[in-house]
Design a protein around this ligand. Sequence first.
Ligand code: CA
Length: 652
Amino acid sequence: MMYKGYRFYFVGGSPFCKIGGEMKTSKELTKWYQSKEFQKEYIYDGNDLGSTIIDDKTMFKLWSPVATKVELNLYESGNEDARKLGSFLLEKGEKGVFSYLHKENLKNTYYTYTVTTSEGEKEVGDIYAKACGVNGQKSMVVDLADTNPSNWEEDQFSYDANKQPIIYELHIKDFSYDLASGISEEKRGKFVAFTEDTGKNTGVEYLKNLGVTHVHILPMYDFGSIDEAGSEEQFNWGYDPMNYNVPEGSYSTNPFDGTVRIRECKEMVQALHRAGIGVIMDVVYNHTYHTDTHFQHTVPYYYYRTKADGSFSDGSACGNETASDHEMFRNYMIQSVMYWAKEYHLDGFRFDLMGLHDTETMNQIRAELNTLENGNEILVYGEPWYADEPAMQKGCIPSITKNVAHLEKGIAIFSDATRDSIKGSVFYEEEVGYVNGDPTLAEEVKKAVLAQGRPGQIISYVSAHDNFTLYDKLVMSLNKEWDFTTKDEAMIQINKLCAGIIFTSGGAAFFQAGEEFARTKLGEGDSYKSSPLLNMLDWKRSETYTDLVEYYKNLIDFKKQSETLMDKNCDRIEKIEFIEQVDKNIVSFVIKDDIHKFVVYNPYSEEVQVQVPEGKWNLISDGNLFMEQGREIVIEKTYLANSSSAIILEKI
Ligand code: CA
């Protein structure tokens, strides 16, 4: 997520509260939370907070060093007006943990806690809940074994940890909202859309044909901006977390039954794994929907950072920022990531506004994942920036670009330098990059080719959900009159050059779903809550722009075959040698794979004669098409490069 137009302001939660009967400001509370006494007496490192079924009994545990009383409320359903079945007092134990053992197996029973703190009595959901009712207000006791789809124990995915992934970024609803997706009505816009074989080149079959190794799914944990009981026309990206350990209800076929969303989310993962595709989840631990949350009401001012004046710090520009540098939230993040990795078999995590998390937390997450079997294959990467300076404790290092050396090697960052040097700033539509008007950025593009000198830790990309789609950006930066719907061959050619650069460069290749069929949002740069019709993948376009799709497919294949470009473990790319051309704006280089490749980028709208290194070369791609196998075009000494093209030759 990027810090732009949208903000949520905190409601409730005055900066004053009482503890032990005396008035304490949020400032005093924060100070107490950071005191030695608190660290010693109240940090709980158990992994059993929440509700757990133990031998046909149910244990409830809640952590709140500041609560004076905690009651458990059981409900008949998860709905707002559900009938209460009874209330039970939890007992306060050591480390600020309240607990209650119910003598029955309460699986599928909905519950809340009434927590009394200096802020008064608040009825809240369980922040450790693994299941919940509609709109995430009430938690649910769940027996996870009941939620497994058939053959779940056989579900598996493996990806060589030494190789770069090729990541496709998509949103659950975008993927199948379009009728032309061929997905059946009841599955459209849902997790289970991924389980359907449409009999044509759409859905998971399409992803498989495209050749991506992983999909990166925009938030699919429970978020707050969609009324799960409301209409299907609602849309949101989902960067407004409610329940971190529960899938989003609006993506399920029944948000009222807490088990359905869990099972269907697993079915999606299973279907992608069957297609040989890994699943990465976009995680937004850096802020919550607002501060009138289960977190704030359970332990006031603990889970959020506050400023010197006691008000909430707002490094996310969404009204708050969470506190990864506070031990219990750090533990929470680690446990949450581990839970998704183990229970949902996820293959990667993309951290939104990772700059709001300290490097220590990120490194601990990496280390914990590595303890799992093949855990080193699980991808960890994030946005190395924040909207505003976070209020981290002294000595903590924010996970931003300039601190990348403090992050473990198995943690990668998005390269905004690569993104913007190729096609111009994401913020200003008229600003251009190397491919669309400023060929003098050649030196910056060379850095992009070398993955900014840090191949194992760089995500190379030109477009993501934030800001203009690549195609829209190209149209807006190059044309005075914006026409996003008429097929424009010149624009497609420049789109090809952008992709050509990404897939002949080091780093992990990443692209926004539909970039390969000139996805348009008609110039909308911030569609986080625009209509699903604007946001959806327009599957007809995948046919109209089939030559562009084919080109991406071939590029993906090309990258996968290059041992140099796929090498994630190297500290720098030694096997790329730049070749100087007469015109310094032409970038050209040899990739010293077992079979050498020669790559040329021509950023001009005219053809350019380029020098080819010694020997005979075979044309692989003229920047427009990939040659059919066996169709040899032998090149020596010079080559006339097409306009706006990434040329690829292979040594004979
Ligand atoms: Ca929700």
